[in-house]
Ligand binder design. Structure first.
Ligand code: 13P
Length: 252
């Protein structure tokens, strides 16, 4: 089964309504829907209902950046997966390194959120990756292996083929320092091997693994050209329609 290629823009805590609307309007002029490519935009939460309108009939999918592990109730400030579903989100990021490092998300809570999203038929894009310190001390394989394992420990086997992963080395996020395509491919292969051990070959071969971390119009084609890289999760370069459309155009 051919894996789906996904290019997702994580706007993080950027863009006000006028800016987001302009960005999407320009993006729609610059790109045409393509059968073999899924383009996704993940705006900050309050923009999600607006973005559903902006993206109407564009073929571009809507994603959120985070959701609660719990279903509903007294969890001030949280957003339920059920609400994301009602608001039209097809995707949701989970366990982004900023959430892990700034908001205390653990491998276990990331696994729990992933299952919660799957219960709502939202595709989770589970982010994994090592810090610079972990890479320099040679702990990157163990770190990433544990992050991936925790997800499979929490997720029902019937949902395994609906998972998407994103490898985002923390040292490459927002730093202008990209993992080389070879470095990224090595980790992607490791993740796929780990999935194979945990869930079998069919699941491993079906799972799209995106790369994120200073992806831009200059390096996108090389990254996407690697056998194990099934797409990109783009931060800074997804905020401008011109940059993001060039990244999308580099997928052949
Ligand atoms: P940058 O592309 O800005 O490095 O961010 C990557 C990222 O964190 C996407 O989720």
């Amino acid at each position: 089964m051919a894996r789906k290629t996904i290019i997702a823009g994580n706007w993080k805590m950027n863009l006000l309504p006028v800016e987001g609307e302009e960005m999407v309007a320009e993006l729609k002029e610059r790109i045409a829907p393509r059968e073999n490519l899924e383009v996704v935009i993940c705006p900050q939460m309050a923009l999600v209902p607006l973005a559903l309108d902006w993206l109407y009939d564009s073929g571009i999918q809507l994603g959120a950046q985070n959701c609660a592990e719990k279903l509903a109730g007294a969890y001030t400030g949280e957003t339920s997966a059920e609400l994301l579903k009602v608001l039209g989100c097809h995707y949701c990021l989970v366990g982004h390194s900023e959430r892990r490092s700034l908001y205390g998300e653990t491998d276990e809570s990331v696994g729990g959120k992933t299952q919660t999203l799957l219960n709502m038929s939202i595709i989770p894009i589970v982010c994994v990756g090592e810090t610079l310190e972990q890479r320099e001390s040679g702990a990157h394989f163990d770190t990433i292996g544990a992050q991936v394992t925790a997800v499979f420990n929490k997720v029902d086997p019937e949902a395994w083929t609906r998972l998407v992963f994103a490898y985002e080395p923390v040292w490459a996020i927002g730093t202008g320092k990209t993992a080389t395509p070879a470095q990224a491919n090595e980790i992607h292969r490791f993740i796929r091997e780990r999935i194979k051990e945990l869930a079998g070959e069919i699941v491993a071969n079906a799972t799209s693994i995106l790369y994120g971390g200073s992806a831009n119009a200059s390096n996108a084609a090389d990254l996407l050209g690697k056998s194990e890289i099934d797409g990109l999760l783009v931060g800074g370069a997804s905020l401008k329609a011109m940059d993001f459309s060039q990244i999308i155009a580099s997928f052949k």
